[in-house]
Design a protein around this ligand. Sequence first.
Ligand SMILES: Nc1ncnc2c1ncn2[C@@H]1O[C@H](COP(=O)(O)OP(=O)(O)OP(=O)(O)O)[C@@H](O)[C@H]1O
Ligand SMILES: O=P(O)(O)OC[C@H]1O[C@H](OP(=O)(O)OP(=O)(O)O)[C@H](O)[C@@H]1O
Ligand SMILES: O=C(O)c1cccnc1
Length: 491
Amino acid sequence: MNNHYNDDSLALHTDLYQINMSETYWREGVHNRRAVFEVNFRKLPFGNGYAVFAGLERIIDFLKNFSFSESDIEYLREVGYQEDFLEYLKGIRFTGTVRSMREGELVFANEPILRIEGPIVEVQLVETPILNIINYQTLIATKASRIKQVVGDQIAMEFGTRRAQEMDAAIWGTRAAYIGGFDATSNVRAGKMFGIPVSGTHAHSMVQAYRNEYNAFKKYAATHKDCVFLVDTYDTLKSGVPNAIKVAKEEGDNINFIGIRLDSGDLAYLSKEARKMLDEAGFKNAKIVASNDLDEYTIINLKAQGAKIDTWGVGTKLITAYDQPALGAVYKLVSVEDSEGNMTDTIKISGNPEKVSTPGLKRVYRIINRTNQKSEGDYITLEHEEPQKEKRLKMFHPVHTFVSKFVTNFEARELQHTIFVNGELVYEVPTLQEIRAFVNENLTLLWDEYKRPTMPEEYPVDLSQECWNNKMKRIEEVKTNIEEMIASVNE
Ligand SMILES: Nc1ncnc2c1ncn2[C@@H]1O[C@H](COP(=O)(O)OP(=O)(O)OP(=O)(O)O)[C@@H](O)[C@H]1O
Ligand SMILES: O=P(O)(O)OC[C@H]1O[C@H](OP(=O)(O)OP(=O)(O)O)[C@H](O)[C@@H]1O
Ligand SMILES: O=C(O)c1cccnc1
């Protein structure tokens, strides 16, 4: 690379303005004041009824190792920062407290996924990478979950690396896809890094290289036990499938003839015809793999046409989140220490009621009806509230407050867990297998109406009365402050 700095730390993986604000706080002597930020998004992606939270493990690694390296400092010197500030930056480590939902948790719009509290400089500097990680991994895990809902008990394989937005996206997207329910990946590095099962067939280039399918399949069979032959290079039904069958018969027990892959043409028609041919040849257990720009919509469509496809290879549309390339999670200040050392709630007002932030330290509970083990919705409270002790809970829509219901005989399951306390990691990171199982467990709590891929019902995310009252109080305070400010400007 044409650059004389070592890429030996991630601390500068942030926006310049974070460092500039940090300098202001430090020169003003307020850099150690406590601040609390929360992460949430405002709209579920892909029109889905839920999102699958992913990215926490990488955030944990990032925060554990957070420090500016020698080369970071050298570079910042070149950018123009003064020595005294650089000396200060050198000593920074993450000393804050983090509470977060666990990876694989189902998350909805306008609820705090993660809360981070610490000296304002530290929590400000890590905003950009935290959002970078959550926005991408959660987006891909959600897309994967949508696709897997449609694929059902069949196999979904992740094929996207070649089309991904560069190498990091392929790796972390693959991990997110696995969390969201994909069964295997073609990316070998992701297999090595995360223990995700790797799987694959072969490309058209091999058929082209050996000039014809028979030779190519034969050579592949001579060198591999497990064989899936790609049958669409020339003519699927006249040449590809007959050659696959011929080689499978000739090789007999020498190979494990897993099946064939279709990658172009009318996948419904071709799969039905290929199925007949395989069955007639005695290969009833041979599987049909399909790929070619698949997504949840094409898969639903193909299934509706009675396609005889057993395994779905999905690349581009999954790894690039093709129909919605960004999640839009934000990082909002909810509380900050004032000059007297007291924490005060902050609020961000907007003309759009949905965009007004909810101030204060909060907790999120999933209210699970004990009679049917289904979720009634999520319930956001202020930090000190204990909804689990209530006999009868009023849940109301945070904007359309007249929409309300009472819930009894419920479990209030807290969704955020403590991850760091004053810079110390106190959370045991689950395995990827545990995270996948956790997603499935969570999905069983949701009525099917929230899980359908198109036009799902809106899942309730409600505020407690106290939380709502606090929000209204802060809105009034801000309005009064602004009126006073405007009056003083006009004096
Ligand atoms: N029966 C079907 N119903 C609905 N969609 C289908 C069906 N068969 C294939 N598709 C989808 O239609 C699209 C067809 O892509 P395209 O027009 O590129 O044709 P192709 O067969 O891939 O041609 P090429 O040989 O140029 O790759 C793909 O996204 C594929 O998944
Ligand atoms: O369609 P996607 O969902 O993105 O899945 C990945 C695609 O990548 C391969 O095609 P490519 O043309 O790159 O290589 P090939 O010659 O091996 O088919 C594969 O055959 C799939 O069609
Ligand atoms: O193994 C395959 O069939 C494969 C891998 C990557 C992309 N497309 C297909």
